[in-house]
Design a protein around this ligand. Structure first.
Ligand SMILES: *Cc1c(COP(=O)(O)O)cnc(C)c1O
Length: 439
Protein backbone atom coordinates (compact mmCIF):
# COMPACT_ATOMS: atom_id res chain seq x y z
CA UNK A 1 0.00 0.00 0.00
CA UNK A 2 2.90 2.32 0.48
CA UNK A 3 5.01 3.05 -2.59
CA UNK A 4 7.93 4.15 -0.43
CA UNK A 5 8.30 0.66 0.95
CA UNK A 6 6.86 0.64 4.44
CA UNK A 7 6.13 -2.89 5.49
CA UNK A 8 4.15 -4.12 8.43
CA UNK A 9 7.23 -5.66 10.01
CA UNK A 10 9.68 -2.82 9.37
CA UNK A 11 12.80 -3.40 11.43
CA UNK A 12 13.18 -0.40 13.72
CA UNK A 13 16.07 -1.89 15.66
CA UNK A 14 18.90 -0.17 13.83
CA UNK A 15 17.09 2.91 12.63
CA UNK A 16 18.29 6.47 12.28
CA UNK A 17 15.33 7.60 14.41
CA UNK A 18 16.42 5.30 17.19
CA UNK A 19 19.99 6.59 17.06
CA UNK A 20 18.76 10.19 17.12
CA UNK A 21 16.44 9.43 20.02
CA UNK A 22 19.31 7.96 22.02
CA UNK A 23 21.34 11.11 21.42
CA UNK A 24 18.30 13.27 22.15
CA UNK A 25 17.64 11.69 25.54
CA UNK A 26 21.12 12.83 26.65
CA UNK A 27 20.52 16.49 25.84
CA UNK A 28 16.73 16.96 25.89
CA UNK A 29 14.61 15.77 28.83
CA UNK A 30 12.80 12.67 27.57
CA UNK A 31 14.42 13.30 24.19
CA UNK A 32 11.81 15.89 23.25
CA UNK A 33 10.72 19.51 23.59
CA UNK A 34 7.04 18.74 24.20
CA UNK A 35 6.11 15.66 26.27
CA UNK A 36 3.55 13.96 23.99
CA UNK A 37 6.22 13.54 21.30
CA UNK A 38 8.14 11.06 23.48
CA UNK A 39 5.68 8.18 22.80
CA UNK A 40 5.45 7.45 26.55
CA UNK A 41 1.73 6.69 26.44
CA UNK A 42 1.94 4.42 23.38
CA UNK A 43 5.38 2.88 23.96
CA UNK A 44 8.25 2.56 21.50
CA UNK A 45 10.63 5.06 19.95
CA UNK A 46 9.40 8.23 18.25
CA UNK A 47 10.09 8.66 14.55
CA UNK A 48 12.24 11.71 13.88
CA UNK A 49 10.90 13.77 11.01
CA UNK A 50 13.27 14.65 8.23
CA UNK A 51 10.82 16.46 5.97
CA UNK A 52 7.14 16.73 5.16
CA UNK A 53 5.02 17.51 2.16
CA UNK A 54 1.25 17.78 1.82
CA UNK A 55 -0.37 14.92 3.75
CA UNK A 56 2.95 13.12 4.32
CA UNK A 57 5.82 13.18 6.76
CA UNK A 58 9.08 11.36 6.00
CA UNK A 59 11.17 10.10 8.87
CA UNK A 60 14.93 10.01 9.28
CA UNK A 61 14.94 6.49 7.79
CA UNK A 62 13.10 7.61 4.68
CA UNK A 63 9.80 5.99 5.70
CA UNK A 64 6.71 7.86 4.56
CA UNK A 65 3.62 8.27 6.71
CA UNK A 66 0.20 9.67 5.94
CA UNK A 67 0.16 12.27 8.70
CA UNK A 68 -2.84 13.00 10.95
CA UNK A 69 -0.78 14.93 13.48
CA UNK A 70 -0.16 17.88 11.13
CA UNK A 71 1.73 19.64 13.93
CA UNK A 72 -1.41 19.23 16.14
CA UNK A 73 -3.38 21.65 14.03
CA UNK A 74 -1.28 24.37 12.37
CA UNK A 75 -0.86 22.57 9.03
CA UNK A 76 -4.46 22.81 7.84
CA UNK A 77 -3.17 23.41 4.29
CA UNK A 78 -0.91 20.37 4.49
CA UNK A 79 2.84 20.40 5.02
CA UNK A 80 5.07 22.75 3.05
CA UNK A 81 2.24 24.24 1.02
CA UNK A 82 3.93 26.16 -1.83
CA UNK A 83 2.01 29.39 -1.13
CA UNK A 84 2.99 29.30 2.53
CA UNK A 85 6.64 28.47 1.87
CA UNK A 86 6.81 31.21 -0.73
CA UNK A 87 5.34 33.75 1.70
CA UNK A 88 7.87 32.76 4.37
CA UNK A 89 10.79 32.94 1.93
CA UNK A 90 9.77 36.37 0.69
CA UNK A 91 9.31 37.63 4.23
CA UNK A 92 12.65 36.18 5.36
CA UNK A 93 14.47 38.09 2.64
CA UNK A 94 13.24 41.32 4.19
CA UNK A 95 14.55 40.35 7.63
CA UNK A 96 13.21 38.11 10.37
CA UNK A 97 12.35 40.41 13.32
CA UNK A 98 12.66 44.13 13.95
CA UNK A 99 11.15 45.16 17.28
CA UNK A 100 9.02 47.65 15.35
CA UNK A 101 5.52 47.33 13.92
CA UNK A 102 4.96 45.85 10.46
CA UNK A 103 2.32 45.77 7.72
CA UNK A 104 1.82 42.01 8.22
CA UNK A 105 0.53 42.52 11.76
CA UNK A 106 -2.09 44.97 10.52
CA UNK A 107 -3.14 42.66 7.68
CA UNK A 108 -3.59 39.58 9.86
CA UNK A 109 -5.44 41.53 12.57
CA UNK A 110 -7.77 42.94 9.88
CA UNK A 111 -8.29 39.45 8.47
CA UNK A 112 -9.20 38.01 11.90
CA UNK A 113 -11.53 40.95 12.56
CA UNK A 114 -13.21 40.49 9.18
CA UNK A 115 -13.82 36.81 9.83
CA UNK A 116 -15.00 36.88 13.43
CA UNK A 117 -18.00 38.95 14.37
CA UNK A 118 -17.41 40.60 17.74
CA UNK A 119 -13.66 40.97 17.41
CA UNK A 120 -12.55 44.54 16.85
CA UNK A 121 -8.96 44.37 18.04
CA UNK A 122 -6.31 41.68 18.23
CA UNK A 123 -3.00 41.27 20.06
CA UNK A 124 -0.52 38.82 18.55
CA UNK A 125 1.69 36.58 20.67
CA UNK A 126 4.20 33.82 19.92
CA UNK A 127 2.14 30.86 21.19
CA UNK A 128 -1.34 29.78 22.17
CA UNK A 129 -0.13 29.49 25.75
CA UNK A 130 0.74 33.18 25.83
CA UNK A 131 -2.55 34.10 24.19
CA UNK A 132 -4.60 32.25 26.83
CA UNK A 133 -2.46 33.45 29.72
CA UNK A 134 -2.67 37.07 28.55
CA UNK A 135 -6.39 36.89 27.78
CA UNK A 136 -7.06 35.69 31.32
CA UNK A 137 -4.93 38.52 32.72
CA UNK A 138 -6.87 40.98 30.58
CA UNK A 139 -10.22 39.57 31.77
CA UNK A 140 -9.10 39.83 35.38
CA UNK A 141 -7.83 43.35 34.84
CA UNK A 142 -10.95 44.57 33.08
CA UNK A 143 -13.44 42.97 35.49
CA UNK A 144 -11.39 43.64 38.60
CA UNK A 145 -12.09 40.06 39.71
CA UNK A 146 -9.81 37.14 40.56
CA UNK A 147 -11.56 33.83 39.95
CA UNK A 148 -11.41 31.90 36.72
CA UNK A 149 -13.39 28.83 35.77
CA UNK A 150 -12.04 26.17 33.43
CA UNK A 151 -13.28 22.72 32.47
CA UNK A 152 -11.58 19.41 33.21
CA UNK A 153 -9.87 18.09 30.09
CA UNK A 154 -9.69 21.46 28.35
CA UNK A 155 -6.16 22.62 27.54
CA UNK A 156 -5.31 26.29 27.51
CA UNK A 157 -1.54 26.03 27.27
CA UNK A 158 0.93 25.53 30.07
CA UNK A 159 0.74 28.72 32.14
CA UNK A 160 0.49 28.00 35.88
CA UNK A 161 -3.10 28.96 36.59
CA UNK A 162 -4.51 27.14 33.53
CA UNK A 163 -2.57 23.88 33.72
CA UNK A 164 -4.77 22.17 36.27
CA UNK A 165 -6.88 19.32 34.77
CA UNK A 166 -5.32 20.26 31.45
CA UNK A 167 -6.10 17.37 29.09
CA UNK A 168 -3.69 16.66 26.20
CA UNK A 169 -0.15 15.87 27.33
CA UNK A 170 -1.03 16.65 30.96
CA UNK A 171 -3.60 13.85 30.88
CA UNK A 172 -1.22 11.48 29.10
CA UNK A 173 1.30 11.85 31.92
CA UNK A 174 -1.44 10.88 34.37
CA UNK A 175 -1.01 14.19 36.17
CA UNK A 176 -3.87 16.27 37.49
CA UNK A 177 -1.83 19.41 36.99
CA UNK A 178 1.89 19.84 37.40
CA UNK A 179 4.53 19.85 40.07
CA UNK A 180 6.10 23.26 40.43
CA UNK A 181 2.75 25.05 40.31
CA UNK A 182 2.10 26.64 43.69
CA UNK A 183 -1.23 26.28 45.44
CA UNK A 184 -1.37 30.07 45.31
CA UNK A 185 -1.18 30.03 41.51
CA UNK A 186 -4.27 27.81 41.23
CA UNK A 187 -6.15 29.14 44.27
CA UNK A 188 -8.34 31.24 41.99
CA UNK A 189 -8.84 28.55 39.35
CA UNK A 190 -12.07 26.57 39.65
CA UNK A 191 -12.31 23.34 37.63
CA UNK A 192 -15.74 22.21 36.47
CA UNK A 193 -16.87 19.18 34.43
CA UNK A 194 -17.26 19.82 30.69
CA UNK A 195 -20.81 19.99 29.37
CA UNK A 196 -22.25 21.05 32.73
CA UNK A 197 -23.10 24.72 33.35
CA UNK A 198 -21.19 25.68 36.50
CA UNK A 199 -22.65 27.81 39.28
CA UNK A 200 -21.04 31.23 38.99
CA UNK A 201 -20.97 34.18 41.33
CA UNK A 202 -19.71 37.75 41.16
CA UNK A 203 -16.15 36.77 42.03
CA UNK A 204 -15.70 35.13 38.61
CA UNK A 205 -13.69 37.16 36.10
CA UNK A 206 -13.81 34.74 33.21
CA UNK A 207 -15.03 31.30 32.17
CA UNK A 208 -12.51 29.67 29.80
CA UNK A 209 -13.71 26.95 27.48
CA UNK A 210 -12.68 25.08 24.38
CA UNK A 211 -15.94 25.41 22.41
CA UNK A 212 -15.18 21.94 21.04
CA UNK A 213 -12.94 20.10 23.49
CA UNK A 214 -10.08 18.84 21.32
CA UNK A 215 -7.47 18.00 23.94
CA UNK A 216 -9.26 15.05 25.57
CA UNK A 217 -9.77 13.31 22.27
CA UNK A 218 -12.67 15.11 20.65
CA UNK A 219 -15.63 15.93 22.89
CA UNK A 220 -18.42 17.97 21.35
CA UNK A 221 -20.34 20.53 23.36
CA UNK A 222 -23.88 19.36 24.09
CA UNK A 223 -26.51 21.45 22.28
CA UNK A 224 -27.23 23.93 25.09
CA UNK A 225 -23.80 24.02 26.72
CA UNK A 226 -22.24 27.07 25.07
CA UNK A 227 -25.49 29.07 25.09
CA UNK A 228 -25.87 28.14 28.75
CA UNK A 229 -22.38 29.38 29.53
CA UNK A 230 -23.12 32.65 27.76
CA UNK A 231 -26.25 33.12 29.87
CA UNK A 232 -24.55 32.14 33.14
CA UNK A 233 -21.70 34.60 32.49
CA UNK A 234 -24.13 37.41 31.67
CA UNK A 235 -26.06 36.83 34.88
CA UNK A 236 -23.00 37.53 37.07
CA UNK A 237 -21.06 39.90 34.79
CA UNK A 238 -18.29 37.39 34.09
CA UNK A 239 -16.53 37.25 30.74
CA UNK A 240 -16.76 34.22 28.48
CA UNK A 241 -13.51 33.20 26.79
CA UNK A 242 -13.50 30.86 23.81
CA UNK A 243 -10.12 29.22 23.46
CA UNK A 244 -10.20 28.72 19.70
CA UNK A 245 -6.56 27.78 19.35
CA UNK A 246 -7.75 24.57 17.64
CA UNK A 247 -11.27 25.46 16.45
CA UNK A 248 -10.36 28.92 15.14
CA UNK A 249 -10.40 28.95 11.34
CA UNK A 250 -10.57 25.14 11.34
CA UNK A 251 -14.30 24.67 11.90
CA UNK A 252 -15.23 27.37 9.40
CA UNK A 253 -14.30 30.92 8.33
CA UNK A 254 -15.61 32.39 11.57
CA UNK A 255 -14.47 29.60 13.91
CA UNK A 256 -16.54 28.10 16.70
CA UNK A 257 -18.35 31.31 17.61
CA UNK A 258 -19.85 31.39 14.12
CA UNK A 259 -20.33 27.61 13.98
CA UNK A 260 -22.39 27.49 17.18
CA UNK A 261 -23.86 31.00 17.00
CA UNK A 262 -22.58 31.92 20.45
CA UNK A 263 -20.43 35.00 20.92
CA UNK A 264 -17.87 35.06 23.73
CA UNK A 265 -16.26 38.25 25.09
CA UNK A 266 -12.69 37.16 24.43
CA UNK A 267 -11.17 34.76 21.87
CA UNK A 268 -7.81 33.00 21.76
CA UNK A 269 -6.23 31.74 18.56
CA UNK A 270 -3.02 30.00 17.55
CA UNK A 271 -2.03 26.99 15.46
CA UNK A 272 -3.82 27.61 12.09
CA UNK A 273 -3.12 31.37 12.10
CA UNK A 274 0.65 30.81 12.07
CA UNK A 275 0.86 28.37 9.18
CA UNK A 276 3.36 26.29 11.15
CA UNK A 277 5.34 29.17 12.63
CA UNK A 278 5.16 30.14 16.31
CA UNK A 279 2.09 32.29 16.85
CA UNK A 280 -0.90 33.04 19.01
CA UNK A 281 -3.46 35.83 19.24
CA UNK A 282 -6.28 37.03 21.40
CA UNK A 283 -9.02 39.40 20.46
CA UNK A 284 -12.15 41.12 21.74
CA UNK A 285 -14.13 44.33 21.41
CA UNK A 286 -12.28 47.65 21.38
CA UNK A 287 -13.51 48.45 24.87
CA UNK A 288 -12.12 45.22 26.35
CA UNK A 289 -8.87 45.33 24.37
CA UNK A 290 -8.33 48.93 25.49
CA UNK A 291 -7.47 47.49 28.89
CA UNK A 292 -4.15 46.33 27.42
CA UNK A 293 -0.92 48.30 27.64
CA UNK A 294 -0.12 50.79 26.20
CA UNK A 295 -3.81 51.87 26.26
CA UNK A 296 -4.65 50.36 29.63
CA UNK A 297 -3.07 48.96 32.75
CA UNK A 298 -2.87 45.24 31.84
CA UNK A 299 0.71 44.56 30.79
CA UNK A 300 1.48 42.16 27.97
CA UNK A 301 4.43 42.11 25.55
CA UNK A 302 6.74 39.98 23.42
CA UNK A 303 10.08 40.37 21.64
CA UNK A 304 8.91 38.19 18.75
CA UNK A 305 5.17 38.96 18.95
CA UNK A 306 3.71 39.58 15.50
CA UNK A 307 6.84 38.12 13.94
CA UNK A 308 6.98 38.93 10.21
CA UNK A 309 7.56 35.33 9.12
CA UNK A 310 4.66 34.11 11.25
CA UNK A 311 2.24 36.76 10.01
CA UNK A 312 3.27 36.07 6.39
CA UNK A 313 2.71 32.32 6.85
CA UNK A 314 -0.57 32.88 8.68
CA UNK A 315 -1.91 35.24 6.05
CA UNK A 316 -1.00 32.80 3.29
CA UNK A 317 -2.91 30.02 5.07
CA UNK A 318 -5.97 32.17 5.80
CA UNK A 319 -6.06 33.14 2.12
CA UNK A 320 -6.39 29.44 1.24
CA UNK A 321 -9.25 28.96 3.71
CA UNK A 322 -12.23 29.82 1.55
CA UNK A 323 -15.74 28.43 2.02
CA UNK A 324 -14.93 25.91 -0.73
CA UNK A 325 -11.81 24.82 1.13
CA UNK A 326 -13.82 24.16 4.29
CA UNK A 327 -16.36 22.14 2.30
CA UNK A 328 -13.60 20.07 0.77
CA UNK A 329 -11.98 19.52 4.16
CA UNK A 330 -15.23 18.50 5.78
CA UNK A 331 -16.02 16.03 3.02
CA UNK A 332 -12.58 14.39 3.38
CA UNK A 333 -13.08 14.17 7.12
CA UNK A 334 -16.54 12.70 6.65
CA UNK A 335 -15.25 9.92 4.43
CA UNK A 336 -12.49 9.18 6.91
CA UNK A 337 -15.05 9.07 9.72
CA UNK A 338 -17.34 6.71 7.79
CA UNK A 339 -14.41 4.50 6.78
CA UNK A 340 -13.11 4.23 10.34
CA UNK A 341 -16.56 3.42 11.73
CA UNK A 342 -16.88 0.61 9.17
CA UNK A 343 -13.37 -0.67 9.80
CA UNK A 344 -13.93 -1.08 13.55
CA UNK A 345 -17.46 -2.43 13.17
CA UNK A 346 -16.28 -5.10 10.72
CA UNK A 347 -13.70 -6.30 13.24
CA UNK A 348 -16.00 -6.02 16.25
CA UNK A 349 -13.79 -3.42 17.92
CA UNK A 350 -15.87 -1.03 20.02
CA UNK A 351 -15.17 2.48 18.76
CA UNK A 352 -16.80 5.86 18.39
CA UNK A 353 -15.55 8.42 15.89
CA UNK A 354 -17.01 11.78 16.94
CA UNK A 355 -16.94 14.58 14.41
CA UNK A 356 -17.71 18.29 14.55
CA UNK A 357 -17.44 19.64 11.01
CA UNK A 358 -13.83 19.02 9.95
CA UNK A 359 -12.66 18.05 13.47
CA UNK A 360 -12.47 14.34 14.19
CA UNK A 361 -11.84 12.17 17.25
CA UNK A 362 -11.52 8.48 18.06
CA UNK A 363 -12.31 6.58 21.24
CA UNK A 364 -12.26 2.83 21.74
CA UNK A 365 -15.52 2.55 23.64
CA UNK A 366 -19.16 1.88 22.86
CA UNK A 367 -20.45 5.18 24.27
CA UNK A 368 -19.52 8.65 23.06
CA UNK A 369 -17.62 10.49 25.85
CA UNK A 370 -19.13 13.75 27.01
CA UNK A 371 -16.64 14.91 29.64
CA UNK A 372 -13.14 14.23 30.91
CA UNK A 373 -14.10 11.25 33.10
CA UNK A 374 -15.78 9.39 30.25
CA UNK A 375 -13.07 10.47 27.79
CA UNK A 376 -10.22 9.30 29.99
CA UNK A 377 -11.91 5.97 30.78
CA UNK A 378 -11.94 5.33 27.03
CA UNK A 379 -8.49 6.80 26.37
CA UNK A 380 -6.80 4.70 29.04
CA UNK A 381 -8.29 1.26 28.33
CA UNK A 382 -5.17 0.03 26.51
CA UNK A 383 -6.57 -0.16 22.98
CA UNK A 384 -5.22 3.11 21.59
CA UNK A 385 -1.52 2.08 21.71
CA UNK A 386 -2.37 -1.06 19.69
CA UNK A 387 -4.22 0.99 17.13
CA UNK A 388 -1.45 3.58 17.00
CA UNK A 389 1.34 1.07 16.38
CA UNK A 390 -0.73 -0.99 13.93
CA UNK A 391 -1.31 2.15 11.88
CA UNK A 392 2.27 3.37 12.14
CA UNK A 393 3.59 0.03 10.86
CA UNK A 394 1.26 0.49 7.90
CA UNK A 395 2.55 3.97 7.14
CA UNK A 396 -0.14 6.05 8.84
CA UNK A 397 0.80 8.42 11.66
CA UNK A 398 -1.87 9.27 14.21
CA UNK A 399 -0.95 11.25 17.34
CA UNK A 400 1.10 9.23 19.84
CA UNK A 401 -1.56 9.65 22.53
CA UNK A 402 -5.27 9.00 22.88
CA UNK A 403 -6.07 12.50 24.09
CA UNK A 404 -5.42 14.26 20.78
CA UNK A 405 -7.78 15.06 17.94
CA UNK A 406 -7.27 13.74 14.41
CA UNK A 407 -6.06 16.50 12.09
CA UNK A 408 -6.88 16.15 8.42
CA UNK A 409 -5.48 18.75 6.01
CA UNK A 410 -6.58 20.16 2.68
CA UNK A 411 -3.81 18.08 1.13
CA UNK A 412 -5.34 14.74 2.17
CA UNK A 413 -6.94 13.33 -0.97
CA UNK A 414 -9.24 10.38 -1.58
CA UNK A 415 -6.23 8.12 -2.08
CA UNK A 416 -4.81 8.92 1.35
CA UNK A 417 -8.20 8.52 3.03
CA UNK A 418 -8.74 5.13 1.32
CA UNK A 419 -5.27 3.94 2.29
CA UNK A 420 -5.92 5.03 5.87
CA UNK A 421 -9.22 3.17 6.03
CA UNK A 422 -7.57 0.07 4.56
CA UNK A 423 -4.82 0.25 7.20
CA UNK A 424 -7.44 0.75 9.92
CA UNK A 425 -9.38 -2.30 8.69
CA UNK A 426 -6.26 -4.46 8.94
CA UNK A 427 -5.28 -2.95 12.28
CA UNK A 428 -8.79 -3.43 13.71
CA UNK A 429 -8.69 -7.15 12.87
CA UNK A 430 -5.27 -7.38 14.50
CA UNK A 431 -6.64 -5.67 17.62
CA UNK A 432 -9.62 -8.03 17.77
CA UNK A 433 -7.36 -11.09 17.36
CA UNK A 434 -5.21 -9.75 20.21
CA UNK A 435 -8.22 -9.75 22.52
CA UNK A 436 -10.40 -6.84 23.57
CA UNK A 437 -10.81 -5.66 27.16
CA UNK A 438 -13.84 -7.10 28.96
CA UNK A 439 -16.51 -4.44 29.19
C1 LIG B 1 -2.39 24.01 21.57
C2 LIG B 1 -3.36 24.73 22.42
C3 LIG B 1 -2.98 25.79 23.25
C4 LIG B 1 -1.53 26.17 23.43
O1 LIG B 1 -0.93 26.62 22.28
P1 LIG B 1 0.68 26.56 22.16
O2 LIG B 1 0.96 27.26 20.89
O3 LIG B 1 1.02 25.10 22.17
O4 LIG B 1 1.23 27.24 23.35
C5 LIG B 1 -3.95 26.49 23.93
N1 LIG B 1 -5.25 26.14 23.81
C6 LIG B 1 -5.66 25.12 23.03
C7 LIG B 1 -7.12 24.83 22.91
C8 LIG B 1 -4.73 24.36 22.34
O5 LIG B 1 -5.13 23.32 21.61
Amino acid sequence: MNPEGNSSDADMSASASKALFERATKVLPGGVNSPVRAFRSVGGTPYFVDRAEGPFVYDADGRRYIDYVQSYGPQIAGHAHPAVIDAIQQAAQRGTSYGAPTRGEVLIAEEIRARVEGIEMVRLTSSGTEAAMSAVRLARGVTGRDKIVKFAGCYHGHSDSLLVAGGSGVAQQGLAGSEGVTSGAVADTVVAPYNVIPELDESVAVVCVEPVAANMGLVAPEPEFLQGLRRACDEVGAMLLFDEVITGFRLCRGGAARWFGVQPDVWCFGKVIGGGLPVGAFGASTSIMSGLAPLGGVYQAGTLSGNPLATAAGLAVLELLTDDAYQHLESSVKSLQEGLIQAFAAAGVPAVVPRVGPLLGLFFTAHTPHDFDTASAAADNGLYPKFFHGMLRRGVAFAPGAYEAIFVSLAHGDGEIEATVQAATETAHEMAADGLPIR
